[in-house]
Design a protein around this ligand. Structure first.
Ligand SMILES: Nc1nc2c(c(=O)[nH]1)N=C([C@H](O)[C@@H](O)CO)CN2
Length: 127
């Protein structure tokens, strides 16, 4: 079981997201934190990006997907982002946190955290 991970924090994307009519006509800021299970041993041994989980490529793919999406719920968006990363980047598990900082004016942030795949298996230090 792999305990290595590659992370992305504070990934800011403007999206059409929300359940109310007024939210369907504007873009709102979302901020994502990702922790992705990935064995770094091959990248470490070869010093070659082609053997690494390229956090730049993941970031651009996630930004592109979210900018083209129009979900109502963060839950629906989160599930698809997790699926894309796991399917397209050979990530065996991940933790995804999505913050919608403007949604509740009285709160610094609201949102959700999901874990998928192997994220919590075999590594007590995560979670
Ligand atoms: N669990 C969730 N609760 C709420 C969501 C959501 O996506 N998941 N969305 C909204 C509204 O769109 C809100 O952000 C508008 O301010 C409310 N609750």
């Amino acid at each position: 079981m792999v305990s290595d991970s590659v992370f992305i924090t504070g990934l800011a994307v403007d999206a059409t997201i929300g359940v109310y009519d007024w939210e369907r006509t504007i873009k709102q800021r979302l901020v994502l934190d990702l922790d992705m299970c990935f064995d770094i041993s091959s990248a470490a041994a070869t010093d070659d990006l082609t053997h690494a989980l390229d956090y730049s490529a993941v970031s651009q793919r996630v930004i592109s997907f979210i900018e083209g999406s129009a979900y109502q719920l963060l839950e629906a968006l989160a599930e698809q982002v997790a699926r894309i990363i796991m399917e397209e980047f050979s990530v065996s598990g991940l933790r995804l946190r999505i913050n919608k900082p403007g949604a509740v004016p009285e709160a610094a942030g609201v949102g959700l955290v999901i874990t998928r795949g192997d994220y919590l298996k075999g590594d007590a230090s995560r979670g």
